[in-house]
Ligand binder design. Sequence first.
Ligand SMILES: [Zn+2]
Ligand SMILES: [Zn+2]
Length: 340
Amino acid sequence: MSTDMMPSTDGTAAVAESPAASELAQFEPAEREGGLADAAGRTLAWPETAVAPVRVRWRYAVGIPLVHLLACLGLAPYFFSWTGVAVAVAGLYVFGTLGINLCYHRLLTHQGFVAPKWLEHSLAILGVCTLQDTPACWVAMHRIHHKHSDERPDPHSPLVNFLWGHCGWLMFQNRDFLNVNYYSRFTRDLLRDPFYLKLERAGNWLWIYLSSMAAFFLLGLAIGWPLWGGAAGVRFGLSLVVWGVFVRTVATWHITWSVNSVTHVWGYRNYETSDNSRNNWLVGLWSNGEGWHNNHHADQRAAAHGHRWWEFDVTWITIRALERLGLAKDVVRPRAWAKR
Ligand SMILES: [Zn+2]
Ligand SMILES: [Zn+2]
């Protein structure tokens, strides 16, 4: 979902400064006095800027439960099909792993590799189809998260409480992030590209999502109608929408949100970072590599998040495949691998 805290979309947000790799240095974890903060038992106060006074972001507070309800339709026999289930599972990779992990996170936020623009933009469209905000909004929130991990103004630290870190933060307006300058500072490299600026314009993200729904329905109809007749074709098309779009969207949400919540609470640490990030094998597996989150906080630009041989990272395997095909260049490896 897009956001109501976007800067003006007339192009003024695009600050004409070069996005150099050195720029990203500001997103490296800040050294804190006292060094390591292993946060066992440490808590974070509610962000005052979100709770005094409380302002609900209705687009999220209504939209998130609504899509959950639509996903529940998948349990009704009319909307159920095993093909729909298979499409949903495949969609976790196509939209979640390629769109969010690989594009929004490792490519756009951290510039862990370079891809041709046609590929980068196509992958970004897949990310938009997960209803996790536009690329610029996602990137801004995530860079702020890295700059202030588990301290104010981290947008989604679970040290406030677990539900806040998981999805509660989306539903309340946080005045920390209403300032346009503050916002554009974190995304100026992205918003220099007219493609990303266009995605910020009102409603474009919604049209993309609705178009994906129409595509799933028409595909099901085109396959089902000739095989089983009109009524069965409509039903098959709807099952692809419910499973391939709504169930998959909800699953992708919770997978991404669990990286924000679970892997800042439970798991082991390979690196003594100043935040509370953890490597969690369960999240590592179901998120296709994003759950090796302590590794990621320790070495943010690295395109591989699994640093040990058994830290399985499907997203990294995909980036390696793109590299072999000549579609990913300047791929940043973990610093720890150079010491081997
Ligand atoms: Zn990150
Ligand atoms: Zn984190």
